[in-house]
Design a protein around this ligand. Structure first.
Ligand code: HEM
Length: 487
């Protein structure tokens, strides 16, 4: 009871909306002011209350901050690595994968998985990016000259093909099939998670299971999990045979030897560790593969779509990108990781796009003990810290003219001028995105492929996007672009 009283006392010192409907707290207030979905309330609340404010959802307290000093103190604090219940809706899909793990288990797993994202391994994925990119290129060629079209389904299938091949070593050929059961299942599973975020009563399993969305969700998980299980079983058999023949030794850097073509994907690296006696069970591998599939698909897809939209709206920037591409890539049709590394302007464009439209705009930390924030307020024990990167990215204290698309902000040399924790599309500190370098490389490869061959334009001069926060930040009505062949 003392802890509760203290929580209410500390919460009362933090600004926030009046609770005029007990039990519904923030939800009622944000619906009243800003509607049911969308993210307008992020900026709305920032304007009303500043960088730090409180929210009650039911009886649970959230302290929201977008202050870079607070963000730094939070993400670099080893006592603040647990995420609590905020991600529990993903549990049936991802189990105890890295994204959801906490405490010592997370520490050990993170240490074990870090080498699987070594740059030497990522370099080999460029071949996959080339193969899948060529298919995307041929699909977009069919759209050229045909007027505005929603490019998202094309980019989405491409992203799925890339992650299936790199995470599971399996070609799903989503781009080549009209009706893939697996692709359909991934879509339904994402929709189920989205629905549960938008309609809070669906968070209760018993209610969710009675709805069509819930039935679709659990059927979809059966298909997704069944596929992961099958792939693990067959790759394990292959690896066991290869190990018997003397391959697959660990290198002195502790990473799995991925010398042969069939043994380079994430799943093979995890299975090699498992077979060599690491503390990584088959169930752990199952959860990690599902996590990579989930984290590595929608995030990059939505970011590529936003970047294409921004380039369509800013032809002068698109021309500069095209110039850089022709300078660095010449007539090459298969790109190398070294060439992709040289595309500094394209990199600045992607970073600026992630500033304006971060795929993962917010994240959470569970606060078990009172935590004083550098900005002045104290987070009570038992509250959840809500880090709002979206607002930090749109705060004029951090970025001049924050709603303007200006990739020059991210050209080499410019970044040193601002607070290191004002820009956090991949989070930062202990629990930053383990797939960050993979994501940047794959997005560069995709955008280079598209923009080398095509010019994109908006569907109309005043085209704009309605943002929606689903599992990731998305454009609610798709991304409609005119695609033309580049001469
Ligand atoms: C544009 C693309 C991406 C963005 C913006 C992004 C962003 C993020 C963010 C903000 C987090 C922290 C989430 C939190 O603390 O709750 C995160 C974590 C994570 N990301 Fe990414 N991500 C991207 C792509 C990827 C890819 C391609 C992969 C894997 C192939 C991946 C795997 C993960 C994993 C496993 C975690 C959990 C890390 C941990 O807790 O130790 N992400 N990502």
């Amino acid at each position: 009871r003392v802890v509760h009283r203290r929580r209410y006392e500390l919460a009362a010192k933090v600004p926030g909306p009046t609770l005029w409907l007990p039990g519904l707290g923030h939800i009622a207030d944000s619906m009243y002011h800003y509607g049911l979905s969308g993210i307008d309330w992020f900026i709305g609340y920032y304007k009303r209350y500043g960088n730090v404010y409180r929210m009650w959802i039911g009886t649970h307290l959230f302290i929201v901050t977008s202050h870079p000093d607070d963000i730094e103190a939070i993400v670099t604090n080893p006592a603040l690595i647990d995420k609590g219940n905020t991600y529990s809706l993903l549990q049936p899909w991802l189990g105890d994968g890295l994204l959801l793990l906490g405490g010592k288990k997370w520490h050990a797993r993170r240490k074990m998985l870090t080498p699987t994202f070594h740059f030497r391994i990522l370099e080999q994925f460029v071949e996959v990016f080339n193969d899948k990119g060529e298919i995307l290129q041929s699909k977009l060629a069919e759209l050229a000259g045909k007027g505005p079209v929603d490019v998202r389904p094309y980019i989405s299938k491409h992203a799925l093909d890339v992650i299936c091949e790199t995470a599971m070593g399996t070609a799903m050929n989503a781009q080549l099939q009209e009706d893939s059961e697996y692709v359909h299942a991934v879509k339904l599973a994402c929709k189920g998670v989205d629905d549960r975020h938008v309609f809070p009563w669906l968070a209760y399993d018993a209610i969710f299971r009675m709805t069509q969305s819930g039935k679709d969700f659990f059927n979809a998980l059966d298909i997704i999990h069944g596929t992961t299980r099958k792939v693990i079983a067959s790759r394990k058999l292959e690896l066991q045979n290869e190990l018997k023949q003397g391959g697959g030794a660990a290198t002195d850097e502790g990473e799995a030897d991925i010398g042969t073509k069939t043994r380079k994907m994430f799943i093979d690296q995890l299975l090699t560790m498992h077979l060599q006696g690491a503390d990584l069970s088959e169930k752990d591998i199952f959860d990690e593969v599902n996590t990579f599939m989930f984290e590595g698909h929608d995030t990059t897809m939505t970011s590529v779509c936003f970047t294409l939209f921004l380039l369509a709206k800013h032809p002068e920037v698109q021309d500069r990108v095209a110039e850089e591409l022709s300078l660095v890539l010449g007539d090459e049709t298969r790109y190398t990781s070294a060439q992709l590394g040289e595309l500094k302007y394209l990199e600045a464009v992607i970073k600026e796009s992630l500033r304006l439209y971060p795929s993962v705009p917010v994240f959470f930390r569970e606060c078990r003990e009172e935590f004083p924030l550098p900005s002045g307020y104290t987070v009570p024990a038992g509250a959840t810290i809500f880090v709002n990167g979206y607002v930090a990215h749109h705060d004029e204290k951090n970025f001049k003219d924050p709603f303007k698309f200006d990739p020059d902000r991210f050209l080499p040399g410019s970044e040193a001028k601002r607070h290191h924790f004002a820009y956090i599309p991949f989070s930062a500190g202990y629990r930053n995105c383990i797939g960050q370098r993979f994501a940047m490389l794959s997005m560069k490869a995709t955008l280079a492929r598209v923009l080398r061959s095509f010019r994109v334009a908006p569907a109309s001069a005043d085209a704009s996007l309605v943002l929606d926060l689903q599992v990731v930040l998305t454009a609610k009505d798709g991304v409609h672009l005119v695609v033309e062949r580049r001469q």
